[in-house]
Design a protein around this ligand. Sequence first.
Ligand code: COA
Length: 172
Amino acid sequence: MNAHLRPIEKSDLEALVYHANNPLIAKNMTNRFPHPYTKKNGEDFIAFANKMDPPNILAIDIDGEFCGAVGVHPQDDVKCKNAEIGFWVAEQYWNKGIATAMVKQLIDYAFDNFDISRVFAAIYGYNEASKKVVRKLGFTEEAHLKNTIFKNSVYTDEYIFGLRRDSHTSHD
Ligand SMILES: CC(C)(COP(=O)(O)OP(=O)(O)OC[C@H]1O[C@@H](n2cnc3c(N)ncnc32)[C@H](O)[C@@H]1OP(=O)(O)O)[C@@H](O)C(=O)NCCC(=O)NCCS
């Protein structure tokens, strides 16, 4: 299995909508990632993903097929040295180390291409797999915020995990 990051292309639309249309993925994402996930949602996402140069949102490509996405989102104003990361993997590939490997590549990409000193992930309380991914990559739990998230009509906690540029060993 060959997994790597690459820019998202218009030809990814069908695979994107197929894999993204999954409530088990949407429940861990913001409401900008809806369920059901329509063709129009996919078209909008592909346009959004290619707005920045270099792109801040990339496809997870597995053996030539779009199978998920990662993103790095630099913040603005006084938080401009921070960037939030996001990631999701098509369900059929869960628990094979794909997110860990692809987020590792994303972090190198983020520190190489953006003038930031910290990346962070905001993870919902029940999302143990995501917490495991970022912990495996050296992120530190920085905050546990009680009931700050209102998702699918339920309050839930939010965990902030951060990684500093000076504690990140890149390209190993
Ligand atoms: C979270 C997600 C990206 C993980 O992708 P993945 O490719 O399966 O991740 P990996 O295989 O690299 O690592 C997952 C780890 O979590 C563990 N895990 C999975 N489900 C778990 C659970 N319910 N409880 C505890 N650990 C769990 C796996 O065993 C693995 O740990 P290990 O390497 O020690 O065995 C994927 O499940 C996903 O896309 N979920 C929906 C969207 C999402 O949550 N995005 C992140 C938002 S912050």
